[in-house]
Write a protein that binds this ligand. Structure first.
Ligand SMILES: [Fe+2]
Ligand SMILES: [Fe+2]
Length: 135
């Protein structure tokens, strides 16, 4: 059983963005699976690096279209993105193969943050992005 199971209800109605969200879910699930197989510091280091790189890409993608379509909630939404990137920095110093609690805290943080952000914040642009026929 996966840590996060993708549900149709997670969709924001924009296929390119849903694909990016699925990729993030996959990365978090990999972290969880690897934890139970016996995680290494190398894996953790790479995962954090990849996650950072991919979230920066994904966040800029959303922000680009929010700006282009003069989305009202831009500032607040970008604030959540920026805060997430900052929070990831904090985990860099705690997460290690010898600190299992920190790894679980990290995975739980990622899962909760992503689902709350998709369902509560990303979904608010659904109507506008769909109207603009963003695919
Ligand atoms: Fe977002
Ligand atoms: Fe998103």
């Amino acid at each position: 059983m996966s840590f996060i199971t993708w549900k149709d209800s997670f969709s924001v109605g924009v296929p390119s963005i849903d694909d990016q969200h699925r990729k993030l879910v996959e990365m978090i699930n990999n972290l969880y699976d690897e934890f139970y197989k016996g995680i290494t510091d190398e894996f953790l280091g790479n995962l954090i690096k990849e996650l950072e790189k991919y979230t920066v890409y994904h966040f800029s993608y959303e922000e680009k279209f929010m700006k282009l379509y003069s989305y009202n909630g831009f500032k607040e939404h970008k604030g959540e993105h920026d805060q997430f990137i900052e929070q990831i920095q904090g985990f860099k110093t705690t997460v290690s193969k010898d600190n299992k609690t920190a790894v679980i805290d990290f995975a739980t943080f990622l899962k909760n943050w992503l689902l709350k952000h998709i369902m509560g914040t990303d979904k608010k642009y659904s109507k506008l992005f769909s109207e603009k026929e963003l695919y």
